[in-house]
Design a protein around this ligand. Structure first.
Ligand code: UDP
Length: 329
């Protein structure tokens, strides 16, 4: 039986496909390549290009392949973009997932792990954030992911499927081989943007806001290595395959770093002075997001192993230095 990965050509999806293939698992990838890259897909995976909302296409995949479980990464994930294009986020993240779920139920596939996000919480009352803390998203991206979680809950009740929702904090870093890594167009994430400076692609890094209620005035985030996220997805599939019940888990290191600390670490890793400019706040950014991942540790047996910021940035640098244009070379 194979594991079907929706969005397996994207950043976290491609790293999970690599981890599964390296572990000798049978993997099928579906991706429409709107934001993903065919070159990011591990050569051992069987790839079907198409959209998760295309019922004929998805039914065809279910007929050709024997699928035991699904891991669903296929979504839009840029907070700022979601604020200006909310309807596209609802369409792509929620409506297309609904269409896929209908096919999944019709084809008798009953286990799914999917990407959720720390953005489901909004501005937390306190950190570290626990899974049963208040969810009050501050942007449409977080809203669509929370709506997906709720849809999964009710569909699971009605149709006997089981799901695991993984709420990631700040995914970062790259595969140790240097073959795959983060590649968004346009790029909006902090670490790849910082690394554009030593790569000669920009002159400085903009720091969004220096008046947050944190020690150095910049936002604090919990950066988690993409390889550790990949491991969590595999553990979640194994948990469901062993009969585990539907559940929601945070995935982070439980340690926060400020934007300035991230820039300083990147200077150390790259040996480049990386000039910075302090500019206005970016809309919708909570001051401090740090995960409690104790539940994933206890129930899934997950333990992040690439937990130093230096290691995370070094792996990202290895990728960006050798692939300054990402996969478009
Ligand atoms: N950030 C920044 N400059 C940039 C990009 C991001 O200061 O050019 C900040 C952003 O405001 C946030 C943190 O870096 O506080 C992480 O942002 P990112 O977009 O990487 O992830 P997010 O936390 O939004 O998921």
């Amino acid at each position: 039986m194979a594991i079907l990965i929706l969005g397996g050509a994207g950043y976290i999806g491609s790293h999970t496909v690599y981890a599964l293939c390296e572990g000798g698992r049978d993997v099928v990838v579906v991706d429409n390549l709107e934001t993903g890259f065919a070159a990011a897909i591990h050569p051992n995976a069987r790839f079907y290009k198409g959209d998760i909302s295309d019922k004929n296409f998805i039914n065809g995949v279910f007929q050709k392949e024997k699928i035991s479980s699904v891991i669903h990464f296929a979504a839009y994930s840029l907070v700022g973009e979601s604020v200006t294009r909310p309807l596209e986020y609802y369409e792509n993240n929620l409506c297309k997932t609904r269409d896929f779920l209908a096919c999944m139920v019709a084809n008798g596939v009953d286990k799914i792990v999917f990407s959720s996000t720390a953005a489901t919480y909004g501005e937390p009352d306190e950190v570290p954030i626990m899974e049963d803390d208040r969810t009050q998203p501050a942007n449409p991206y977080g809203e669509t992911k929370l709506a997906m979680e709720k849809m999964f809950h009710w569909v699971a009740e009605a149709h006997g499927i089981r799901y695991v929702s993984l709420r990631y904090f700040n995914a970062s870093g790259a595969h140790e081989s240097g073959k795959i890594g983060e590649a968004h167009n346009p790029e909006s994430h902090l670490i790849p943007l910082i690394l554009q400076v030593p790569n000669g692609q920009s002159e400085y890094i903009s720091i969004f806001g220096n008046d947050y209620p944190t020690a150095d005035g910049t936002c604090i985030r919990d950066y988690i290595h993409v390889t550790d996220l990949a491991t969590a997805h595999i553990l979640a599939v194994d948990y469901l395959e062993k009969g585990g019940k539907s559940d929601i888990f945070n995935l982070g290191n439980g340690v926060g770093f400020s934007v300035k600390e991230v820039v300083d670490t990147a200077r150390k890793v790259t040996g480049h002075p990386i000039p910075q400019k302090e500019v206005e706040r970016r809309g919708g950014d909570p001051a401090k997001l740090i995960a409690s991942s104790q539940k994933a540790v206890k129930i899934l047996g997950w333990r992040p192993t690439h937990d130093s910021l230096e290691e995370i940035i070094s792996s990202a640098w290895k990728w960006h230095k050798h692939h300054p244009k990402g996969f478009q070379e």
